[in-house]
Design a protein around this ligand. Structure first.
Ligand code: PLP
Length: 388
């Protein structure tokens, strides 16, 4: 058997060692507090579950869905964008449901990248941006996200020939893993930069509804002209605690949306219809749980950030996402530091380098663990200081 070369181009999976260690510790009976996984511990709201249940009983929903989704869902997505961001979308041409945004992100590379093509991607960044490019035969070109630039890419630092050659630029705000946010002014700059260099923009925005202290993250689509060159990926995963149901969307430039539709319609058969009806319920129904849920994450954030700064780990207070991005002590790599936390405190975190070289010097905590587990983690971290 001979596997395709493209598989050998995928970078090694960095979390293997950490996951193996977690499994070992658990076998030894150790109680590991896992801050590694970014997946809401809180349930999908009850009215959404009810809608899945009724839709599941309807035989019409037992058959293949259409790749472009239910008309009702595309309309609900367009209406949500209008209510939330004041952005008008044509539900027939500028909206496409996805089997979770990750699926669309991966497949988007196939729409733009031929062998040898370049895509600009944030470093550190959510891995599918660069992995999609690699699987399509292209080359990811990292845009470093540095703390001194508030974890925003410095467009001026990208060599002109690279910007001219690249076909696509990935952005993601509110950002995983850094928790950074971007203003509308930043998105305007990104659109001008992309226009100057003939780039398409893919903005990945699944965390706009996970925000704190009254902050409301903007959409790239609010920038005049963004729709001429870009799309935005969004998801119900984080907004409605629906990661397991797999539903997201892409909106914006009709040619880009249609290109993704053409790829997808040849590879998948769309989102199960019962889940599409649940998404309509999520988008159109009560949004009250979002504020309640964010209040829980905010309380957890404050507890964690306090203990981290008490023990001397410099941490910015994130205004959005459920991630806390923390600078580690000097003298460690982020992988060594993550292993040390696991060995000494049975606390699992994600090493920053899991998101690219630019993540060196940092670790990521996720706030998606129950309060009592978070409290246990906080207790261990504070005792660590005393021992240190
Ligand atoms: C930045 C970012 N984009 C996309 C996704 C994927 O979300 P979905 O569940 O919609 O596939 C995640 C999930 O962690 C993410 O962090």
């Amino acid at each position: 058997m001979e596997l395709a070369n493209r598989l050998s181009k995928l970078p090694p999976y960095l979390f293997v060692e950490i996951n193996r260690k977690i499994a070992e510790l658990r076998t030894e009976g150790k109680d590991v507090v896992n801050f590694g996984i970014g997946d809401p511990d809180l349930p999908t709201p009850a009215h959404i579950i009810e809608r899945i249940c009724t839709a599941a009983h309807d035989p019409a929903n037992h058959r293949y869905p259409e790749t472009d989704g239910l008309t009702e869902l595309r309309a609900a997505i367009a209406d949500w964008y209008e209510r939330r961001f004041g952005v008008e979308l044509d539900p027939a041409k500028e909206v496409l449901p996805l089997i979770g945004s990750k699926e669309g992100i991966g497949h988007m590379a196939l729409c733009f990248i031929d062998p040898g093509d370049l895509a600009l991607n944030p470093d550190p960044g959510y891995p599918p941006y660069s992995l999609g490019t690699i699987l399509a035969g292209g080359e990811p070109y990292p845009m470093p996200l540095r703390e001194e630039n508030d974890f925003l890419p410095d467009f001026e630092a990208i060599p002109h020939d690279i910007a001219d050659k690249a076909k696509l630029m990935w952005l993601n705000y509110p950002n995983n893993p850094t928790g950074a946010i971007a203003s509308l002014a930043f998105f305007e700059k990104a659109v001008h930069f992309a226009q100057r260099h003939g780039l398409a923009i893919c903005h990945d925005a699944p965390y706009t509804e996970v925000a704190f202290d009254g902050y409301r993250p903007p959409s790239l689509m609010q920038v005049p002209g963004a729709r001429r060159i870009g799309v935005e990926f969004h998801s119900l995963s984080k907004t409605y605690n629906m990661t397991g149901w797999r539903i997201g969307m892409v909106v914006g430039n009709p040619d880009m949306v249609n290109a993704l539709f053409r790829v997808k319609s040849n590879l998948d058969s769309g989102v199960p219809q019962a889940i599409q009806y649940a998404a309509v319920e999520g988008l159109r129904g009560s949004q009250e749980h979002i504020a309640e849920r964010n209040a829980i994450f905010q309380r957890r954030r404050d507890r964690l950030v306090k203990v981290l700064s008490d023990i001397g780990l410099r941490t910015r207070i994130p205004k959005a996402t459920f991630y806390v991005w923390t600078e580690i002590f000097q003298g460690y790599t982020s992988m060594d530091f993550a292993k040390t936390l696991l060995d000494e405190l049975a606390i699992a975190v994600t090493p920053g380098t899991g998101y690219g070289k630019g993540g060196e010097g940092y670790i990521r905590f996720s706030l998606t663990i129950p309060d009592d587990r978070l409290q246990e983690g906080v207790k261990r971290l504070s005792s660590w200081r005393r021992r240190a």
